[in-house]
Write a protein that binds this ligand. Structure first.
Ligand SMILES: Cc1cc2nc3c(=O)[nH]c(=O)nc-3n(C[C@H](O)[C@H](O)[C@H](O)COP(=O)(O)OP(=O)(O)OC[C@H]3O[C@@H](n4cnc5c(N)ncnc54)[C@H](O)[C@@H]3O)c2cc1C
Length: 397
């Protein structure tokens, strides 16, 4: 298997490099870093390097899907630490959902400012008692005149405290069967009736929230897909959520940090990188990352050809969270008792960011649950991928 880039792609790489040399890092020192980043992203969109799959009329650069060009851009941008796509739930999950299933006016209104990071979204899916069994959700949406009136509670809503809007699943047809009675609504978070209560985690931060909705209003046409067909729309969003999580590049970056940590950590009077058992663990993880990268290429190739990635996507989400956990676990073992320092603290004069690794470890536990738990991924891979018999239904009391 030849994994080197062809001449065509190496030529493309030199175009990207020329662009970066001209635009990053910015030459002027007067404007803020934020403004410089925003301006750079706009220039990169105009040059066709960012927001590539998004039509020009919604603020993108409308390039043909090309997995290898996308990889070259990522590599070159990372090499000089230039800002890439705006991260987050809005650009990663809502934008592709709107492009697939939204109305024209919804795309025009929301896509460009979301891609520029000017508006921030949160995902209102989970409810107490409705996580893996998401279709059992109870938050109600009632059409009153020209508005939906929404009442209920969401939970684990990441970033709700910073969000301008929520994409939210609500039960709009109480008489319909579980999956059939749900609608996908867009909600302005800056209105009375929305009560965001942060959930404090053991590391002191509060990444997610409970959100209580009391007589919250949203216009009748702020619905994505048809009334009662929100379940279908929600599957589109979840597909993109798994894509966002199951990315081998993130694992490779974290692994590079782990090798660096092993190099700098002392074990029995020498660098931990010299320790045979540490080396053994590192080699095992690196092998899994390589396999994950190739599996990621398969997924991207299928996506570029407009083919259904099938269970590869679920395998990649599972691989990515398993690898992330293995990397973080080894980092904690390397740090030994130092990893027990309070989050936020640093060893004086140390280059090691201890709280970073500890938080990474805790994050690795959470991300294995978010967007569909590892157990659920395994069940689907087993049943749909390997043709195993269906799991016995869970009896809920
Ligand atoms: C870091 C993080 C961020 C999140 N962000 C958001 C967000 O922004 N918005 C949002 O809406 N939600 C969010 N969530 C919620 C997440 O989607 C749910 O936690 C997840 O769907 C699991 O639901 P649950 O917590 O109710 O667990 P449950 O569904 O109750 O599952 C508990 C355990 O039982 C297992 N289990 C359940 N059913 C089955 C089955 N049929 N077969 C085998 N095992 C089963 C699960 O795998 C799990 O181990 C977030 C969660 C985390 C951890």
């Amino acid at each position: 298997m030849d994994l080197s880039y062809s001449e065509e792609y190496e030529k493309f790489r030199s175009q990207v490099r020329t662009f970066l040399e001209a635009h990053w890092p910015p030459k002027d020192s007067e404007t803020s870093r934020e403004d410089q980043t925003a301006r750079f992203r706009q220039q990169a969109i105009e040059a066709g390097y960012l927001a590539r799959s998004i039509p020009k009329k919604y603020g993108g650069s409308e390039q043909e899907a090309d997995v290898l060009k996308a990889a070259v851009i990522r590599e070159e941008f990372r090499r000089v630490r230039a800002p890439g796509e705006v991260a987050g739930i809005g650009p990663g999950m809502l934008v592709p959902t709107l492009l697939d299933r939204g109305e024209e006016w919804q795309k025009e209104k929301f896509v460009a400012p979301t891609m520029r990071g000017e508006i921030v979204w949160c995902q209102g899916y989970s409810e107490p008692g409705s996580g893996s069994d998401l279709a059992s959700l109870q938050t109600k949406g009632e059409l009153v005149g020209d508005e939906w009136v929404i009442n209920g509670q969401k939970i684990w809503t990441s970033g709700a405290q910073h969000a301008d809007y929520m994409f939210c699943l609500t039960r709009t047809e109480p008489e319909a069967q579980k999956h059939a009675g749900i609608s996908y609504l867009l909600i302005d978070m800056h209105q009375p009736g929305i009560d965001v209560r942060p959930l404090k985690q053991m590391n002191g931060s509060a990444d997610f929230n409970e959100v209580f909705l009391t007589d919250v209003r949203t216009p009748k046409d702020w619905i994505v897909g048809k009334r009662g067909e929100g379940w279908l729309v929600s599957r589109t969003t979840l597909k993109h959520e798994r894509n966002m999580i199951g990315n081998a590049e993130q694992s490779a970056l974290m692994f590079a940090g782990l090798v660096d940590l092993a190099r700098k950590t002392q074990r029995n009077g020498r660098s931990a990188l010299q320790d045979p058992s540490v080396r053994q663990h590192l080699v095992e993880i690196e092998g899994r990352i390589k396999a994950h990268q190739y599996s990621g290429h398969r997924q991207l190739t299928k996506a570029a050809k407009n083919q259904d990635p099938g269970i590869i996507q679920l395998m990649n989400k599972l691989n990515s969270t398993n690898i992330g956990h293995a990397v973080a676990k080894l980092s904690i073992e390397l740090l030994e008792d130092d990893s027990l320092l309070e989050p936020g603290s640093r060893l004086p004069d140390s280059e090691l960011d201890l709280s970073g690794w500890m938080n990474q470890y805790m994050w690795s536990l959470g991300i294995a649950v978010a967007g569909g738990t590892a157990n659920i991924q395994r069940n689907v891979i087993g049943e749909r991928g390997l043709g195993l018999p269906r799991d016995a239904a869970v009896q809920r009391s």
